[in-house]
Design a protein around this ligand. Sequence first.
Ligand code: ES4
Ligand code: ZN
Length: 326
Amino acid sequence: SDLDSFVAGLPKAELHLHIEGSLEPEQMFEFARRNRIDIPFASVEEVRAAYSFSRLQDFLDIYYQGANVLRTEEDFRDLARAYFARAAADNVRHAEIFFDPQTHTARGIPFGVVADGLLAGMADAQAEHGITSRLILCFLRHLEEADAFETLEQAAPYYDRIAGVGLDSSELGHPPEKFARVFAAARSHGLKLVAHAGEEGPPEYVAQALDLLEIDRLDHGNRSLEDPLLVTRLARSGMTLTVCPLSNLKLCVVEDIRQHPIERMLRLGLRATINSDDPAYFGGYVNDNYRAIAGNGTLSAQDFVTLARHSFLGSFLPDGEVSAHL
Ligand code: ES4
Ligand code: ZN
């Protein structure tokens, strides 16, 4: 439709993207072949057929298994390059990408191999597509606080090349309070702070992320809508929410795309953005997510301009660079 092409052409930033979640099945086979690793799938079709989830944990189990083919600096560089090529095609001008170092260091891959590979891919993207980007180190919340501290220490040589830290993986049973001290330490090193909260977890977890982690940006945040006072607080403070429609659908956070709360978020005055989360697993890159919402027929072209504008406003670019995108 006309709205679809208008939305596809909008310059946008992507603020919620797990680089390991951009590993396409074809690339999984390619990395497995060149690293001589066995994978428990016979074909790309078989891999895609396994991508059927009822909840976050179903997805995480298969996502951590997929990451096992990533071994060398070149793998991480190629992974990032492939993502940025897709992003450029969707008119993404700036991306702040998550990575999960513990998924790799636990397999004996040094932190520096992961970080150097991703940073090289980011430099390639700037040169080839003019896309700017930042790196956000996510702690796996199902692991211990001490493991997160160890990861933060491994990152020390990279503090000037990492924009911030985040918190991802299994939300239920792993509230933000578990990471209050490691987030305070990250803040003391000049890093920005973000956290997944209110994806499957209750509104109390969002309040903890605000009060105990003092986050600069909220990842997902869907369940904030269950608490009107929390909504008011998020709206008044201008907190950016990085919302992921196709992820929410595939992980059964919403029953139907027509029930997706992004419209309600906008009408409530929240600074919501649209993002792809784990595009290789959830059925699409950022424009597929915008298109899925456009298909509901409830948002206007102006609403999509607002969403794209929010994506730059919510970024960690310096004010001068944000203005240049508006
Ligand atoms: C994730 Cl959708 C989602 N939620 C929590 N942790 C994650 N890691 C990668 N994708
Ligand atoms: Zn996520």
